[in-house]
Design a protein around this ligand. Structure first.
Ligand code: NAP
Length: 283
């Protein structure tokens, strides 16, 4: 049971569905550790109610809210200010309420890149293959390019989404972009940004280019439940370093928490603490 007082501030998550989210546990943990009197709740909002929720939100003294599927684009038109990265990506996962003005940010891609840094995996000058071209791939690719990736290849079944991501990367960086896998390229990092590997696709490996994987490859899955997807298991057998989506989840959450509460946290320290909280998803 959360203990609230008359001074407890509200923050939370909007989306649909939200009942599976780990964010309440993560933000409640951080609030308690940092000594902030705030409660993080989830709001499962129907599309037809999104406008009234957002229009009224600024009139409260709530801290803000995270945004998940399917509203990362839809919220944008209701915000007063949008940080450049989120604007360029056209995707917002964090909205901060500052004196009634709603500010939009996106911490997803930054969270992923910060986690790679914690794991000692460099992005600069690397050749990166991303499988999947949805919202998560978009944020991740934008930031990988900003962090100086040499090339980004995106492959997915819907070509239009692939092209949108590559167009964005090209517009805001000098990173080379490709929409087809080069079977002669030694990709340094391969990322699964599809749901293949998680329920109900546990027996599916999204990577049809396993021959490209060696002990020099870093294989990342944005999925963290199960902790080790088929893609990661098969990659590990080939000697690759493997990383799952828990680190991204935690790091985007820490970055959002900093924005909501106007604090700076020691990222590695709180990553380590939170990864113990979510031990079952660790690999
Ligand atoms: P999304 O916007 O729905 O995009 C999913 C991508 O996967 C699309 O390119 C989609 O292709 C493709 N895809 C979906 N089902 C497929 C199938 N059966 N076969 C082949 N391709 C398929 O989802 P998202 O928000 O980008 O999330 C992608 C994954 O990342 C999810 O598993 C999500 O849980 C995970 N994620 C993790 C974090 C984290 O913090 N760790 C954050 C965000 C997302 P089409 O466009 O053709 O449908």
């Amino acid at each position: 049971m959360i203990k609230t007082t008359a001074k407890t501030k509200l923050f939370g998550l909007i989306g649909s569905p939200v009942s599976h989210s780990l964010s309440p546990k993560m933000h409640s943990f951080l609030a308690e550790r940092v000594g902030i009197d705030a409660a993080y709740l989830t709001f499962d909002i129907k599309k037809e109610n999104l406008e009234s929720f957002l229009c009224g939100f600024g009139s409260t003294d709530a801290l803000g809210f995270n945004v998940t599927v399917p509203y990362k684009i839809d919220v944008i038109k209701y915000l007063d200010e949008i940080e450049d990265d989120a604007k360029n990506m056209n995707s917002v996962n964090t909205v901060v309420n500052r004196n009634g003005q709603l500010y939009g940010y996106n911490t997803d891609g930054e969270g992923f890149c910060r986690y790679l840094h914690i794991k000692g995996c460099e992005i600069k000058d690397k050749n990166i293959l991303v499988i999947g071209a949805g919202g998560a791939a978009l944020g991740v690719c934008y930031k990988l390019a900003e962090y100086g990736a040499n090339s980004i290849t995106v492959t997915s079944r819907t070509k239009e989404k692939v092209n949108n991501i590559l167009k964005m990367v090209k517009k805001y960086s000098n990173t080379d972009v490709y929409d087809e896998v080069d079977t002669t390229c030694e990709y340094d990092i391969i990322i699964n940004a599809t749901p293949l590997g998680m329920h109900p696709y546990e027996d599916k490996n999204p990577c049809t280019f396993m021959e490209l994987i060696s002990e020099n490859t870093v294989c990342c899955d944005l999925v963290y439940n199960p902790a080790k997807t088929l893609f990661l298991k098969e990659s590990q057998k080939k000697g690759a370093k493997i990383i799952n989506g828990l680190g991204m989840l935690i790091m985007q959450g820490i970055l959002a928490f900093e924005l909501f509460n106007d604090v700076k946290l020691d990222h590695e320290k709180y990553y380590n603490e939170l990864s113990k909280v979510f031990e079952e998803f660790k690999i």
